[in-house]
Ligand binder design. Sequence first.
Ligand SMILES: NC(=O)C1=CN([C@@H]2O[C@H](COP(=O)(O)OP(=O)(O)OC[C@H]3O[C@@H](n4cnc5c(N)ncnc54)[C@H](O)[C@@H]3O)[C@@H](O)[C@H]2O)C=CC1
Ligand SMILES: O=C(CO)COP(=O)(O)O
Length: 377
Amino acid sequence: MAPSLESQRPTLEDGETAPSKVTIVGSGNWGSVAAKLVASNTLKLSSFHDEVRMWVFEETLPSGEKLTEVINRTNENVKYLPGIKLGQNVVADPDIEHAVKDANMLVFVTPHQFMEGICKRLVGKIREDAEAISLIKGMEVKTEGPCMISTLISQQLGINCCVLMGANIANEIAVEKFSEATVGYRENREMAQKWVGLFGTPYFMVSAVQDVEGVELCGTLKNIVAIAAGFVDGLEMGNNTKAAIMRIGLREMKAFSKLLFSSVRDSTFFESCGVADLITTCLGGRNRKCADAFARSGGKRSFDELEAEMLQGQKLQGVSTAKEVYEVLSHRGWLELFPLFTTVHEICIGRLPPSAIVEYSEHTPKFSLLDGSTQLY
Ligand SMILES: NC(=O)C1=CN([C@@H]2O[C@H](COP(=O)(O)OP(=O)(O)OC[C@H]3O[C@@H](n4cnc5c(N)ncnc54)[C@H](O)[C@@H]3O)[C@@H](O)[C@H]2O)C=CC1
Ligand SMILES: O=C(CO)COP(=O)(O)O
C-alpha cells in the first residue's frame, strides 16, 4: 500500500469545516499533469488537505520495478510524464478502493474506454459527500443512446460531476506554458468555483460556464476533427485545407451537440474548451499525429498498430469517438447531416481511402433539422 503523507495542520475549531481531500483517478499524460497542478494548490490553500492521492493502473516497467514504486521514489511518472516532478505531496496508489476511500473531491482522468469498468469497481466505495470532476474527453454509446462520461460517473456513483476541458496539451502545461481551461457545471456554481480554485494557477487560467454538456461535447468531438486534420496533414494538402476541415468540423460539433442537448450554448464554443481546444489538438495532438501517419501509409497500417508504436502506452480517443458518434448518427438517421464525422469513421475502418476526407466533407447536408426554428448549420 502507498505511504501516507500526514498534514501538519492544527485541529479544527467549532464550526470550521474539514479540509477537502483530493484523489486523482488516473495517471496518464494528462492525469499526471492534473496531479501536479492540483498538488501545487493543495499546499497553498488551507481549504484542502495537502496530500493528493493518484490512483495508478499498475504496471511493471522494463527495469522490473512497479510504476507506483518508481513514482513514489522519484516523484516522477517516468512512463507517462518523464522529466517532470509531480510535487512531494502526490502519492501514487495502485489500489483504487484505497485511493478513493477518504476523498471528497474526485478527479477522473483516464482514457474514456476504461471508465465504465472503473465506475463499477467504485460503486459503494466512495464517500457519500463526494463531488467529482471529469477531465475525460469521450462518450459511451449504450442501447438507450449516447451517455457522456460525466453522466456515467453521476449515474453509477450517485454524485455530482462537473467537467474540465480546454486547449490543454499536457506536455506544454507540465512545463508551465500559459494556457486556459473551462469548467462546465450544472447548477452548483459554488462547487464549480471550488474546482476553479483547485486547478487554477497563473499559467493555467480556468473559468466556469453553466453548460456541462456543451463543454464535454466540445472536448469529445474535437478529437474526431483532429483525426481529419491529421489525414489532411498526411496527404500534404496544406493550411487552407486544414483550416477548412477545422471550420467544417466545428460546425458539425456545434450541430451535433445541439441536436443531443438543446441546452448547449453557442457561447461555449468560444471558450477554451471549444475553438481553442479544436485548434491546439489539430496542430499538436496525438490524434492528429497518428492520423497523419495513417494517411501517409495509405491507410495500410492500423490505428492500433500506430498507437502502440507512436504513443508508448498513451491512448487515442478520436478513433473510438468517431465510431461511437457514427453509431449515434446511424441509429438516428443523421449520417448525411454530418459528412465529416461520418467520413472520418469510414476512413478509420478502411471503408474509404484517406483522400475521401476532402471529397466527402464538401457535401452539403441534404436536410435541415425537423424543428424549423433551429438551423442545423
Ligand atoms: N494528454 C493530453 O494532452 C490530454 C488528454 N486529455 C484527456 O484525458 C484523458 C486521459 O488521458 P491521459 O491522461 O493523457 O492518458 P494517456 O493516454 O497518457 O495514458 C493512458 C492511461 O491509461 C491507463 N490504462 C491502460 N490500461 C488501463 C486499464 N485497463 N484500465 C485503466 N487504465 C488503464 C494507463 O495506465 C495510463 O495511465 C483522455 O480522455 C484524454 O482525451 C485531455 C486533455 C489533454
Ligand atoms: O485534448 C487534448 C488537448 O486539449 C489532447 O489531444 P490529443 O489526445 O489528440 O493529444
